[in-house]
Design a protein around this ligand. Structure first.
Ligand SMILES: [Zn+2]
Length: 265
């Protein structure tokens, strides 16, 4: 019986982009390897039973560009990301808590707007949706960065990471986090990641911190994986779940201020 793990190991050594969900499946009737892109962007490598792992890895490597294009299309089509309306009572997730949006004309009992309260209210100034969106994202960035600096610290100590900096910004629609090596040496999280359940925010942080322990190392190679298992034994489980949960996360989309109504003739 051919062991798929040998092929997984060979593929892991390729340092494929972190957001590619690549798996292998042995196909007894196949004569040559092939690649299949699933709806949603999962990549499945179909492998003939007698194939050589190195050969399969070379095959996948030579199809990087093709895979990137197809994954992009599949990912763009499949997700059902939340779309906000910015109306009173609308719910927002931030660092594992749920807040109801409440518009106010002037700050009431809070220093500035927007603001979140321990009672689960997100106060914001009533203005055009584009501006409310910008303000709310600004809040995510601010609250997120504070959390990041605080939570990231323990991994700096344990992983002997020196001089690491942090950032929160928009990373587009396919990435939750990124570690950039020296001279930047920065762990960055997508502001939208802070709208995910805590276990996934933690996963994204640990993923990037593990990169920061070995800036020059192979991105998702053995050393990186060892660090992940050490810090987060269930990281693979979280990674898999995130691929699904993340599809529904709010990435900043909102309905336009002018309603999309077809004009009467
Ligand atoms: Zn990574």
């Amino acid at each position: 019986m051919t062991d798929p793990e040998r092929f997984r190991t060979a593929l892991a050594a390729l340092d494929l982009p972190a957001d590619w969900r690549v798996d292998v499946t042995i196909r007894p009737r196949r004569r040559r390897p092939a690649i299949e892109i699933k709806p949603g962007g999962a990549v499945v490598v179909l492998i003939p039973p007698m194939a050589d792992p190195k050969q399969v890895a070379r095959f996948v490597s030579s199809h990087r560009r093709w895979i990137a294009e197809k994954v992009d299309i599949a990912a763009r089509l499949a997700p059902e990301h939340a779309v906000k309306e910015f109306v009173d009572g609308e719910e927002f997730e931030l660092l594992g808590h749920r807040y109801r949006l409440q518009f106010v004309a002037t700050p009431v009992g809070v220093e500035q707007l927007p603001a979140i309260t321990s009672k689960g209210v997100l106060y914001a100034r009533k203005q055009r949706p584009e501006l409310v969106r910008r303000a709310v994202i600004g809040l995510y960035r601010e609250v997120g960065l504070e959390w990041l600096r605080c939570e990231g610290r323990q991994y700096e100590v344990q992983g002997r990471i020196a001089g690491l900096t942090y950032a929160v910004r928009d990373l587009g629609r396919r990435r939750w986090g990124i570690y950039e090596g020296p001279p930047k040496h920065t762990t960055t999280l997508h502001w939208a990641a802070f709208g995910l359940p805590m276990r996934f925010i933690e996963y994204v942080l640990v993923h990037e911190q593990a990169h920061a322990t070995q800036p020059g190392g192979s991105p998702h190679g053995r050393a990186w994986q060892r660090q992940m298992y050490l810090w987060m034994p269930d990281w693979r489980q979280r990674q898999t779940e995130l691929a699904d949960v993340g599809r529904h996360c709010w990435l900043g989309d909102h309905w336009p201020s002018t309603p999309l109504v077809s004009r009467q003739p």
